[in-house]
Design a protein around this ligand. Sequence first.
Ligand code: NAD
Length: 424
Amino acid sequence: MSKAVVSQLYNSEFFKMACRQFDVAADAISLPEDMRDRTKYPRRALCVALPIRRDDGSVVVFEGYRVQHNLSTGPAKGGIRFHQDVTIGEVAALAMLMSWKCALAGLPYGGAKGGVIVNPGLLSLGELERLSRRYMQELLPVIGPQVDVPAPDVGTNEQIMGWMLDTYSTHVGHHEPAVVTGKPLALGGSQGRREATGVGVAYLIKRYLEDLGIPITSATVAIQGFGNVGSETAVALAGYGAKIIAISDYTGGIFNANGINIAKALEYVRSQKVLHDFGGGEPISNDDLLALPCTVLVPGALERVITAANVGRLRCRVLAEAANGPTTDEADRLIEARGDIEVIPDILCNSGGVIVSYFEWLQNLQHYYWTRDEVLAKLTVVLDRAKEAVEQQKLKFKFSRRLAALTLGIGRVVEAKQRRGLFP
Ligand code: NAD
């Protein structure tokens, strides 16, 4: 029997999409048959039940996962998502993307992701802390600075990383900051980590606009998602002089042709938690935001929002994938056929986050801390190198930019696996 018997465990549209992306890339680089399933499927997964005492005294059990897709290139690395729609298949797909992303950026990491099925907005601070600690407690057998290093993702933040660090450190008996990244500065977090993903997205947009001969000061930008990534992208792009004409969150969007005051929007969200009723423009739906005529469209919320059904409505020149997996593979093919949109694929576009997470981990291991300027200068060096490699691969093989990025990332993981050989 030559083919693996594939389990149904990761059965989700997002996982199937990530597998199809892998298959296309594997064909494009004529990946040997005996390396395919070994590279494609996750190495291991842990599913945990998390009983939490609510503030009213009742007990509720949440379900959580950690999927480690690849451990052949270093400790696994990837965020933890708290969201009501989390599935193990979604977590596995995100873990797979982390493997290619880390390899593309040349980081000495594998790929992983974690998730808990929960709407964190419905928990009190105390309940959230108990859930975060319990999740880390259950993950102890598979987590550690040299094993797997989590970070924030949708619905998690610095404070949650702080609680997880404390849980792990209490278990091992000493302060161990390198066990998570994206943590508070007071606990060994890195300067520049909070804004790193958005800063990286904005930097790459600037570089690609330069390549297209479009001055960033004449660019208009629509951004879906105003959490960590979306808001920091907005701040950085506004800092470059771009006009942010639309922003949104799960409650809907705001459109202002004259440009949205991002500082005011941030202030509003800090106090109100959501953009709903922010007065800086007219309301717009998330669907209509995607169809706005603009220079740059930034999907920065969740996956699979640009589909075959709405891709025909896109009117941007550049699609900068700040979220992971925002474009379905069907929509991707249609964008390629249209030929009028430059895509900055997710594994390149949002890699600033994991690059600065790597810097944070390095600083923790060395107990030597860098300034924000040092961090951001090193970030642009790594981003430039990754961008250049993608452009060369694109040119050399006449690939789309996504295929160029994927084949580079996958190729590096495959090479490591080949060099290690098969055990036993
Ligand atoms: P976050 O929780 O801070 O923010 C998510 C934002 O998306 C919020 O504004 C939320 O309201 C909005 N949102 C949720 N559902 C939505 C919907 N249906 N329509 C429109 N908006 C919706 O999360 P984040 O850390 O900013 O992550 C956003 C994306 O970026 C995710 O795909 C994540 O995997 C990816 N990413 C995050 C990082 C990081 O460092 N945090 C790094 C790389 C990639």
